[in-house]
Design a protein. Structure first.
Lengths: 383, 383
């Protein structure tokens, strides 16, 4: 994803060397200047035009680190392709504004383009418009009413082990201390509280092999797995209210496999189920539920991540709720708010863009939502 | 599967060159002498001790071609690793005795060993004991009461395209003309008539993708496939009588698959079913049945082989039935009798060994059954 232009290399190089110890020979470097004085819409377009598919965030991280290092009211730290910039005003509250730099793979949807009041392009919605808002606030608010930590990180769209926020929480947990975190993921301009937990389990039906020409000598595990599907088909998920928000659980097959050969009655069939559970249940409680639902079958929990309670009852959230207005809603998908929850920091999602168009080829963001998000967060941070 | 001994190379080489045009440099050749005057049990052991896993039949084919070429009452033809030897006495009937040379992979069960009245070893049951009977009869019956075609072929244990009988039927169909074929596959010494047909079909349930956190926006194809499994679980197979033998059909899942990703409601689930159908149904009728059973789902027939009627009502079979005695039974598995049926030659299975132990590590054959099979076929061919 090398960029065609090579502007500002010399200036960025100096930052790179200071911040990250330099990173190699010149032909691999591409520099980009970010002008934080441009409006958030123009800044979003500039960010979208720096491709940053997961694993390829360095050029964008360099540009952001470079732009922030110019600002005397911020202390900038770098960890891989994550950048953390903090005010240090000694305010009684510290809040975190966080956003990821990476995108899903480009799908012919670069460079950015504006049509009417919509900005199109890979990452426009998820979530470079949110990153643009972070950068605008970082650039403008030299003396916010609360201390602010701006976190820009890599590897959010891929497996957890590559997640830059997870890496930061291991390498420099002190940078993630705060009273409230706002993830600027696309929420359509509404506050989304908490997130549901997710758990995967393999539910296995066993049988006995036989030649399919003499099938009656065996026991067909796939036919036996019909009873597992019966459970799923008749399952009625909970819709509990947690801290005032209504969640919507789900228990679904996301995979099924069973086969020995085309002429063999199979002796094993595995149904992989995904349980999405409201944040009033712990991982252990979720596992207990899944085991109970599939009583009589082998159940192996293969993967789990806890949910996060909405955090809206936290005093630090009150000012945000006032500034943003509207009715907060529950977040069903698992997001990095859960990582903050694990660190003991209440967190919510709030950002421009419709989450439904994230990851689509036609991804876009309404320009007005970017401006509105910036204005409301500025109101909160200056109140 | 090179043999440790290298006996009779010079003699076999001359046959090889004559029969197959030679096959390369000396280090790749191994020769084996077969003594057709030894009793069938000893001959079976000698055959078992020449490994001939599918694809590696050449040494054994060379040995058989060499031994048969010594017999003045037979005309020997070679096609790859298939060997066909025929009498040419001008008898009013011609019968075919056929057997395959290859085995499933060796599983630590070579060399052969005799324990009590059982001979153990890879291929002892399926079907070198049958091949030994063929060779004994070929060696001894210079003037049988019917003309006899002895067919030894390769590639029976693997996919159809490698089957030596299929290749022979394309390259030299005139060698497979006859009034009745006996395949010396293990049947426990009973005549097994005909075989069931087999058909594979993919039955597909469709759905609509969605993120599993917002599963209600999609439609789960795996859950939908539960209805396919319902059909299979409640299916009552036919047990029709065909030409006096009772068959036992079956409709079974032999594979199932469906998955997009661990967090996606899948939009497709494919159940692979195997229909084993009695020989009173054609392939077309079987396909029609499968489509009707799974009405409402997409059904794609991916593979089919017709069954073969028992052929026992054929006049040529009368003498065989008399000589063997006992009650013939239906063959449920698909065998190469169906290939003969396609060529217009009625065919039955009849050979020593319990088909249930075929392909097992502990594969074995009762020595008495080898001798009995030889005696009964000799009685038939000399009556």
């Amino acid at each position: 994803m090398a960029l065609p232009l090579c502007v500002g290399v010399a200036r960025l190089l100096s930052h790179d060397r200071r911040l990250a110890g330099g990173h190699g020979a010149c032909p691999r470097l591409r520099g980009v200047d970010l002008d934080l004085s441009r409006d958030a819409a123009a800044l979003t377009a500039a960010l979208v035009d720096v491709p940053s598919v997961s694993g390829d965030e360095q050029v964008l991280a360099d540009a952001i680190a470079g732009a922030l290092a110019e600002l005397p009211h911020l202390t900038v730290r770098r960890d891989g392709n994550a950048v953390v910039a903090r005010t240090g005003l000694g305010r009684p509250q510290r809040v975190i504004l966080a956003g990821h730099l990476d995108t899903v793979p480009v799908a012919g949807n670069l460079p950015s383009r504006t049509e009417g009041d919509l900005l199109y392009g890979c990452g426009s919605c998820d979530m470079k418009s949110g990153v643009a808002v972070q950068l605008r606030l970082a650039g403008q608010l030299a003396e916010p009413s609360r201390d602010v930590t701006y976190v820009f990180y890599d590897g959010e769209e891929v497996e957890a082990e590559r997640n830059g926020l997870l890496r930061l929480s291991r390498n420099a947990p002190e940078l993630l201390v705060g009273d409230l975190a706002v993830l600027l993921e696309p929420t359509g301009g509404l506050i989304e509280g908490g997130c549901q937990g997710t758990m995967r389990a393999d539910v296995t039906a066993r049988g006995m092999r036989a030649h399919s020409a003499r099938w009656w000598r065996g026991h067909n595990a796939i036919h036996g797995a019909g009873a597992i599907l019966d459970v799923l088909r008749s399952y009625r998920p909970r819709e509990p209210e947690v801290d005032g928000l209504t969640y919507h659980e789900g228990l679904n097959a996301v995979g099924i496999s069973g086969a020995v050969a085309g002429n063999v009655i199979p002796d094993e069939c595995v149904v992989t189920v995904n349980y999405r559970f409201a944040p009033d249940r712990t991982v252990d409680q979720a596992a207990e539920h899944v085991r109970a639902v599939f009583g009589g079958f082998e159940v192996e929990i293969t993967d789990a991540a806890p949910g996060a309670r909405p955090g809206l009852t936290n005093p630090a959230a009150a000012g945000l709720l006032t500034a943003v207005g509207g009715m907060p809603r529950a977040k069903f998908g698992w997001t990095d708010v859960a990582r903050f929850a694990i660190l003991g920091v209440p967190a919510v999602n709030y950002g421009p863009g419709d989450p439904e168009v994230a990851h689509s080829v036609g991804e876009h963001v309404p320009l007005a939502q970017i401006a509105e998000c910036e204005a409301k967060l500025r109101a909160w941070l200056t109140a």
